[in-house]
Design a protein. Structure first.
Length: 116
C-alpha cells in the first residue's frame, strides 16, 4: 500500500485545516484509513479512523472538533480539523490497516502548526 498525504500547514488558534490521504494497493489492506499524530517526545496517538463500512473512531481529545470521511471508490480519506488550538500542533501521519487502529502502512508526516 502506498499513501499520498496532503494538507496541513500553519493556522491561528480557532482556525481550520483539512488533511487528505490517497491510498493505492490491495483493497484488503485499506479496510480502515485514518491519521495518527505525534509530538516530539510523546507517543503517537490516534486522531481518527474510518472503516470501509463507515465505522468511525476518534481520539478522546477530539471532542467533536474533527470530522473524518472517505470515498471508498477513490480510496481517499479526508480529515477536517476545526477549532484548532496550540495543543494540536503535531506531525500527522496518514495510515491504513485492517482494523480501526490502523498501522499496516504509513504515509509521510504532515505538519500541523497552530500558533498566533
Amino acid at each position: 500500500v502506498q499513501l499520498q498525504a496532503s494538507g496541513g500547514g500553519l493556522v491561528q488558534p480557532g482556525g481550520s485545516l483539512e488533511l487528505s490521504c490517497a491510498a493505492s494497493g490491495s483493497p484488503f489492506s485499506i479496510a480502515a484509513m485514518g491519521w495518527y499524530r505525534q509530538v516530539p517526545g510523546k507517543e503517537r496517538e490516534l486522531v481518527a479512523s474510518i472503516t470501509r463500512s463507515g465505522v468511525i473512531n476518534y481520539g478522546t481529545f477530539v471532542k467533536g472538533r474533527f470530522t473524518i470521511s472517505r470515498d471508498n471508490a477513490k480510496n481517499t480519506a479526508w480529515l477536517s480539523l476545526n477549532s484548532l488550538n496550540p495543543e494540536d500542533t503535531a506531525v500527522h501521519y496518514c495510515s491504513t490497516g485492517l482494523l480501526w487502529n490502523l498501522g499496516s502502512a504509513w504515509g509521510q508526516g504532515t505538519q500541523v502548526t497552530v500558533s498566533s
